[in-house]
Design a protein. Structure first.
Length: 436
């Protein structure tokens, strides 16, 4: 949908919200409807905002001043409980709608937002220079209805700071280092400091020779393999990396195009199945609550002192990412080991542990053992998941992928909030790239 139509649809819902607020006896005035990047930067410097980004910059946010009429004046409503009906009504109008009061009980009460996806505020980074270079965030796939939306985690301490490079990148110092390694590996004749077509071809050749996914993009896996090749010593973790041959076999088993399967890998898995020596996980405290309840245990009695690993409803408040998720899992295992493992999502495609039985594993421990072996085993878990998971019309994920029904696949895999991150558009874009 175009930005013009997104704004039009947004304002139609805003009109419905105003009518509903009027029915509830509120008096509403307009706050800030738009904001320039320069204003956002000024607010950040003054401490009025905590980030350079803002929903106002995507022009799908409205700030409303909501009053209750008393005998002789109007009183500004600043209570979450009183505004909760408005927040629920707004979020019921569209799955992408969010009421700011759920995120920030003080500053967010007046804010009603819609994130249509696809219009990030990329120009903001030029307004204020960060103290140090930022690491890329980690996108975590959903692969389950347990989370209402896909999750994006911030970089974790100790995460790789080697920049991701691809054709057209302008990190000249990193490109020069890359080319030196490619020359040492015998894939490039000379360096020129530019990631040009010749460099891309050399990266592709190196990736194929070392059983990596040959996409011409230099991420953590390619960096690690290049560095190990220069010392003639492959680290143990590099022996667990997935390659093109694995994808070809999986695509054949699923009866889907190789390009379609690779597009899911690129968009959904973030390309990393391990954090150091351990498989990547994300621990879900609300699922742990549910699993303990099914075992007849009493989560409220166990939650004291464990509030960050045991809670009744989904929240991303306690996510820490990286190896920190293993620390959360270890604490949960001390309460109930099997339930804890079932309450984490695992590996490249973040499959929830409690799926172990329908996916054909002997036990949760058998599932975890496979996730710890190799990214190939994590891909196999996704293939099993794609064959048994079906949408409301009974079509499996594999069938949706074979039909290149990107929206249908994204909905079945990521839930109704998939448009928040424009997953269907990104899948389509990556498919075109791999199919070319």
């Amino acid at each position: 949908m175009s930005l013009l139509l997104e704004q039009s649809a947004f304002l139609k819902d805003a009109r419905k919200l105003l009518d509903f607020a009027d029915q509830q006896g509120f008096v509403v005035t307009g706050g800030e409807l738009e904001r320039s990047p320069e204003t956002q930067a000024l607010y950040l410097r003054e401490g009025r905002e905590k980030t350079l980004d803002s929903p106002h910059l995507r022009k799908c946010a409205i700030a409303l001043n909501i009053f209750r009429a008393t005998d002789d004046h109007h009183e500004l409503v600043q209570s979450v409980a009183l505004l909760e009906p408005l927040g629920r009504y707004w979020e019921a109008l569209d799955p992408r709608n969010r009421w700011g009061g759920r995120r920030d009980a003080q500053a967010g009460l007046s804010r009603f937002e819609r994130d249509p996806g696809g219009w990030p505020s990329s120009a903001l980074a030029t307004l204020i220079t960060p103290a140090e270079p930022g690491a890329p965030v980690e996108a975590v796939a959903l692969a389950d209805a347990a989370r209402p939306i896909a999750v994006t985690l911030p970089p974790t301490p100790g995460a790789s700071m080697m920049p991701m490079l691809k054709r057209g990148s302008d990190e000249h110092e990193a490109i020069a280092r890359l080319q030196v390694l490619l020359v040492k590996a015998g894939q490039l004749a000379a360096t020129n400091g530019r990631f040009d077509e010749q460099t891309e071809r050399a990266v592709n050749t190196f990736q194929r020779a070392h059983s990596l996914v040959a996409d011409g993009v230099v991420g953590d896996k390619t960096w690690a393999t290049l560095l190990s090749a220069s010392t003639n010593e492959q680290p143990a973790i590099a022996q667990r990396f997935i390659g093109d041959a694995d994808f070809e076999a999986a695509a054949k088993d699923l009866k889907v195009e190789l390009a379609a399967l690779k597009s899911v890998y690129k968009v959904e898995s973030n390309g990393a199945g391990f954090v150091g020596e351990q498989p990547k996980i994300l621990f879900e405290g609300h699922v742990f609550w549910q699993r303990l309840s099914k075992l007849g245990l009493r989560p409220p009695a166990l939650a004291l002192g464990n509030e960050d690993i045991l809670y009744p409803t989904w929240t991303k408040q306690f996510y820490v990412g990286g190896s920190g998720e293993w620390q959360r899992l270890t604490r949960a295992e001390a309460i109930q080991r099997e339930a804890a493992r079932e309450s984490a999502s695992w590996g490249l495609f973040q499959i929830m542990g409690y799926h172990w039985k329908p996916l054909g594993y002997d036990s949760i421990d058998d599932f975890v053992e496979h996730m710890c072996r190799h990214e190939r085993d994590q891909l196999n878990a996704f293939c099993r998941f794609a064959l048994v998971t079906r949408d409301q019309r009974g079509r499996s994920l594999a069938e949706l992928l074979a039909a290149r029904d990107w929206a249908g696949f994204a909905y079945a895999y990521n839930g109704k909030g998939y448009r928040l991150n424009a997953y269907d558009d990104r899948l389509r874009e990556q498919y075109r790239r791999y199919a070319a």
